[in-house]
Design a protein around this ligand. Structure first.
Ligand SMILES: Cc1cc2nc3c(=O)[nH]c(=O)nc-3n(C[C@H](O)[C@H](O)[C@H](O)COP(=O)(O)O)c2cc1C
Length: 339
């Protein structure tokens, strides 16, 4: 039914409007009277549970950052069968993000281009939401980024401010240095700038496991170098990957791609590189205790299985949720449990 709904209604709506509509439905599904009913249909098979980062993830497949920037849909997403929800990116200072339109579908590629620019209500508001959720049971990671108005040279203090507010309320903390939509952000991935940043955030995170989220556009040797550094610093793991600034190999009409403009590309076209980056990370960090969360182009249970077989501890997805609909996590969990 969802493909029909997508073709006839949702694909005609502005993508961001469709997202808000979807989130409203998710919030209703996560409300007290409905969540137990939804959960009864979607609960992941107990055999799928993964112990990682000191917690039990009910499924290896979770929601990637950017879908629930303000931690308003955690209960609903959990009820729909996602094994964890990575909220954010949250910035220390609330911000509106880039001017609209800033989200574009590339339907023939089952992809999207976004330049949202970290629109979010800020770390304090997210902390309030998480504090109310803590008894809810969902596994929650908090993804933090640099506030746009803060100079790149002052990024550390800005990340640390968010880390202090969110780490005590999260199962893990993710440092996002890989979104293409905040000027200068990806430059923080250079090993010499990344090391002091991660050291400072790790100190602020205390006992909360810290991961770093990287871009697929890094050269292979930098992926390996960042991994070695993450191991050296005692980080809990790496999330790979964010969206790409590349536009190669797309089936969508080039004029449509061109009209979308700048931003990060996600979805099916990211799959091959995301898998490659996972393999590079696992080669540089073979200890299974080092958590690798693989994300980028995952659509099916077979895709998740492929990542787990390649050494991923956990997996995430975002873009295919738009194309596959609310029972996407359930489909994946069922596919995984059947094997
Ligand atoms: C609309 C949109 C917004 C996103 N916002 C964020 C974000 O705020 N922080 C982040 O780390 N990643 C963000 N991402 C990237 C996703 O978390 C994910 O890394 C990427 O989309 C690849 O996964 P996918 O192919 O399953 O979508 C966003 C992706 C999309 C499509």
């Amino acid at each position: 039914m969802y493909p029909l709904l997508f073709r006839t209604v949702l694909s005609r709506l502005d993508p961001e409007t469709a997202h808000h509509l979807g989130m409203a439905v998710i919030r209703v599904l996560g409300s007290a009277p409905l969540a137990p009913i939804v959960r009864a249909v979607t609960r992941p098979d107990p055999s799928l549970a993964v112990e990682a980062l000191g917690v039990r993830f009910p499924s290896p497949f979770g929601v990637a950052a950017g879908f629930d920037k303000n931690a308003v849909g955690v209960r609903g997403l959990d009820a729909l069968g996602f094994g964890h929800v990575e909220i954010g990116t949250v910035t220390a200072i609330p911000q509106d993000g880039n001017p609209k339109p800033r989200l574009f579908r590339l339907v023939p590629d089952r992809a999207v281009i976004n330049r949202m620019g970290f629109n979010n209500r800020g770390a304090e508001a997210a902390a309030r939401r998480l504090a109310r959720l803590r008894r809810g049971g969902a596994v929650v990671g908090a993804n933090i980024g640099k506030s746009r108005v803060v100079d790149v040279d002052d990024a550390t203090a800005d990340y640390v401010a968010s880390a202090r507010m969110l780490a005590p309320l999260s199962d893990y903390l993710a440092v996002n240095v890989s979104s293409p939509n905040t000027p200068g952000l990806r430059g923080l991935q250079a090993v010499e700038t990344l090391r002091p940043l991660l050291e400072a955030v790790k100190a602020a995170a205390g006992s909360t496991p810290l991961l770093v989220k990287i871009a697929p556009d890094l050269p292979d040797d930098e992926v390996s170098a960042i991994t070695a550094m993450a191991v050296d610093l005692g980080l809990a793991g790496i999330i790979a990957t964010n969206t790409t600034i590349g536009r190669d190999g797309l089936a969508t009409d080039p004029a449509t791609v061109e009209a979308a403009g700048a931003g990060g590309l996600s979805g099916a076209p990211l799959k091959a590189r995301s898998l490659e980056v996972l393999r590079l990370i696992r080669a540089a960090a073979p200890d299974p205790g080092f958590c690798v969360i693989s994300v980028g182009g995952i659509e099916t249970a077979d895709d998740v299985r492929e990542r787990l077989d390649a050494g991923a501890t956990l997996t995430q997805g975002y873009t295919a949720f738009l194309y596959r609909g609310p029972f996407w996590a359930r489909q994946i969990n069922r596919g995984l449990a059947r094997r």
